[in-house]
Structures are given as C-alpha cells and as structure tokens.
Design a protein around this ligand. Structure first.
Ligand SMILES: CC(C)(COP(=O)(O)OP(=O)(O)OC[C@H]1O[C@@H](n2cnc3c(N)ncnc32)[C@H](O)[C@@H]1OP(=O)(O)O)[C@@H](O)C(=O)NCCC(=O)NCCS
Length: 216
C-alpha cells in the first residue's frame, strides 16, 4: 500500500468517526454492530480496499471498543481494536487512548499493514485531543512497528536498547527484508517473552509548564 493511499484511508476514518466529543463517540460506538455479525455498518471503499467501522464488546467487562476492519475487496485483511478510555496503572487524569489489539490475517502479513492500523489509532486520538496512545506489544512485528511510529516505553527503561536494535536492523540488513526480520525476531523476542511493558506515544508536545510540574 502506498503512503498516499494510507493517508487517504486515515483521513476518511477520521472524517467518519466523531471523536471530538466523548459522548458522541460513546453513542457512535454503541450504535455500531459487532464485527462478528458483519452487519450493515458505516464503511467506505478506496482503490480495491474496503474499511468498515464496528463495535467490539468485551463479554466480561462489557466495555465497548471501536473496531476498524480492513478488507481486500470483500476479503477480510485484519483489524485494529481501539479503547478511547484507557485506564492504566497511572491515574494522573490524562486522557489516554489504547491500541488494544492489532490483527492481520497470516495471508496478508509482512506487507507493513500494521503501520496503517497504528496511524488510524493515532489520528483518531489526535482528533479527540487525547494526551497519548498506549499499546502493549505482544508480537515482534508490532513492537517493531510501534518503535517506527515513535512509541516509547512508559517506564523509559528499555528505550535506548530497543532503538539501538531497531536502527541496527535497518542499517545492517536494509536490503534484505528476511534477514532483517530474522534479526528482529532474535533480538526482540526476549522483550516480548519477558512481557509486561506498556508503550506510549504522546500526541501533545510537552509545554514548559508540563516540564516544570514534572520537576516539582
Ligand atoms: C502484529 C501484526 C498485526 C503485524 O503485522 P505484520 O503484517 O505481521 O507486520 P508488518 O509487515 O506490518 O511488519 C512490521 C515490521 O515488523 C517486522 N516483522 C514483521 N514480521 C516479523 C516477524 N515475523 N518476525 C520479526 N519481525 C517481523 C518487520 O521488520 C517489519 O518492518 P520492516 O519490514 O519495515 O523492517 C500481525 O503479525 C498479527 O496479526 N499478529 C498476531 C496478532 C498479534 O499478536 N497482535 C499484536 C497484539 S498488539
């Protein structure tokens, strides 16, 4: 998928989802059918791709999340599930969105489509004027894509090492995609296995005031 097409898809999703107002967004999500029903919902087509907007309702917590599906014609490629009201371990009153799950069917993997899913999430959170987007990587490819999209670990402890591995992969194997992926799989897998780190990408630039408050 070209960068231009990616941009057009992101813009159209942002136009269709009323993210500015929390109340409107909650009502919008509630009014969508669940993806498993594949019921009639808001959708659009661009150059052979279809995008459809659904709701995901957690069976146990009853939380209602936004689920955006991408299709190749009528064939499902994958989805991104987004939580516009993420409640993390830190309760500092800041509005954070979460990229809860990204999924690409095996047949469509290795085409860099995870970036589109991340970009959709970032752009919607931006429209909502959220402070940041968080994500919990459970797959090497997702960790790589999150690093490339500017996510940092919330604790800050691994960032230097993660970025070093990412850059080395780019530099050493820039022409050999398979070797690069193998290198990333080897180097990043321990981080995924060890598990338990949240990544975050801030949407607003830090102001001097934020900086001073943090220092207090
Ligand atoms: C996570 C997922 C959505 C990523 O999509 P994908 O199509 O596999 O990955 P992409 O083609 O977008 O690759 C992104 C980057 O990850 C790296 N990568 C991809 N597959 C990889 C693999 N199997 N091992 C190591 N690195 C890999 C590549 O370096 C790639 O970037 P580059 O080629 O520019 O260097 C997909 O693998 C998936 O659905 N996994 C199962 C569900 C899951 O675990 N989701 C994550 C929960 S948040």
């Amino acid at each position: 998928m070209t960068g231009d097409l990616e941009k057009r898809i992101v813009e159209e999703v942002v136009r269709l989802v009323p993210a500015e107002s929390e109340e409107e967004l909650t009502n919008f999500i509630s009014a969508r059918p669940q993806a498993k029903s594949q019921g009639e919902t808001i959708s659009f087509r661009i150059e052979g791709y279809k995008v459809a907007i659904y709701k995901y309702e957690d069976l146990i917590t009853k939380e209602r999340l936004l689920e955006i599906w991408l299709y190749d014609g009528e064939e499902p490629i994958g989805y991104v599930r987004i939580d516009p009201n993420w409640e993390g371990p830190i309760d500092d009153g800041k509005k954070r969105w979460e990229l809860t799950r990204a999924y690409i069917r095996p047949k469509y993997r290795m085409r860099n489509l995870s970036h589109l899913l991340i970009k959709i999430t970032l752009a919607l959170a931006k429209k909502a004027k959220a402070f940041s987007v968080t994500a919990y990587p459970r797959h090497v490819a997702m960790l790589v894509a999150l690093i490339e999209e500017g996510f940092l670990t919330q604790e800050g402890n691994y960032d230097y090492t993660l970025r070093r591995i990412f850059r080395q992969g780019r530099r050493w194997y820039h022409k050999d995609q398979n070797a690069r992926r193998l290198y990333y799989a080897q180097e990043f897998r321990p981080f995924i296995q060890e598990g338990g780190f949240i990544m975050e990408r801030r949407l607003k630039k830090k102001t001097l005031w934020d900086y001073l408050l943090e220092r207090m």
